[in-house]
Design a protein around this ligand. Structure first.
Ligand code: ZN
Length: 293
């Protein structure tokens, strides 16, 4: 099953569901994540994709989980076209299981969730809220309530195999629009309460449409399939070269002296290697008047 996202609106209740197994596994491989980091990053990337699905075409979102736990910062960038990238500050930490479950809350710790919406204006709009549990789903729901006055139910799940690969990942976001009837909310809440964890639903082979149909069980749900989802990073040799040039002539010439450099993209783990000749060319092209010490 290819990663994908679907949406449905029934009687004033809106829901998005996403299957993200492959892209979470790709992030895990790229960053060599241990299971706690895979879970935290996978949940955050899935949440960012769900929120991004509600943006306009040219917009984008950055979700940042800044806790004081051993994982450090967790970041995900997502677009409404369904691309996402992300990283965890410390991908290789381990904590004891709690009730046979990964203790993501302790790994993330106490802190803040912030969400920046890039709307094409110069400054992004950034909102934030305190982390409630560090388990990400509750934190996202609390952020939506506190910062955007949007009461929501958010579920996020990542199931990790014994060989550390990702067995299943996905999530959903359910939101009651203003003026929705209490009876409708009651049915949806009853359905949500009866559902198994979302990672289990994905692991059983349910696609996003099937998850939405469970959320709206007993109601006429028309499901719209939108985008396929994928891990995608915009980094490139050219962008890394621009970044090196932006360091200025002094630092760049120090790098020439050192002989070679490896630049690793934070977001995707891609390695960019530059030898002395390439660095020298870059220096000469960008700063033709610079004289080496
Ligand atoms: Zn990258």
């Amino acid at each position: 099953m290819t990663d994908h996202l679907a949406r449905a609106t029934v009687f004033g209740v809106r829901a998005f569901a996403a299957i993200t197994t492959d892209l979470v596994d790709e992030a895990r491989r790229r960053h060599n994540c241990y299971p706690l980091a895979t879970a935290a990053l996978g949940r955050t990337m899935t949440a960012a994709l769900l929120l991004a699905a509600d943006l306009k075409t040219e917009e984008a979102i950055t979700m940042r989980i800044s806790g004081d736990g051993p994982l450090g910062i967790v970041v995900a960038d997502a677009s409404p076209q369904g691309s996402v990238r992300g990283y965890v500050e410390n991908p290789q930490i381990d904590l004891p299981l709690v009730n046979k479950k990964l203790d993501v809350g302790s790994a993330v710790g106490v802190g803040t969730i912030s969400v920046s919406r890039f709307t094409g204006l110069k400054q992004p709009f950034t909102g934030s809220a305190p982390l409630v549990s560090g388990e990400i789903a509750e934190d996202v729901a609390n952020y939506l309530l506190v910062s955007e006055q949007t009461p929501s139910t958010v579920a996020l799940g990542v199931l990790v195999n014994l060989d550390l690969s990702v067995a299943a990942a996905g999530g959903f976001w359910v939101q009651a629009m203003p003026g929705v009837e209490d009876e409708v909310v009651a049915v949806v809440e009853k359905n949500l309460a009866a559902m198994p964890p979302v990672s289990e639903l994905v692991n059983q082979g349910n696609n996003a449409a099937a998850i939405l149909k469970r959320i709206f069980a007993g109601m006429p749900a028309k499901v719209f399939n939108s985008s396929n989802l994928e891990f995608y990073c915009q980094c490139s040799t050219e962008r890394v070269e621009n970044m090196l040039v932006s360091l200025g002539p002094e630092e760049l010439s120090d790098m020439v002296d050192e002989g070679e450099s490896e630049i690793i993209c934070h977001f995707c783990g891609e390695k960019y290697n530059f030898d002395r000749g390439q660095l020298q060319n870059l220096l000469a092209q960008a700063f033709p008047t610079h004289v080496n010490k």
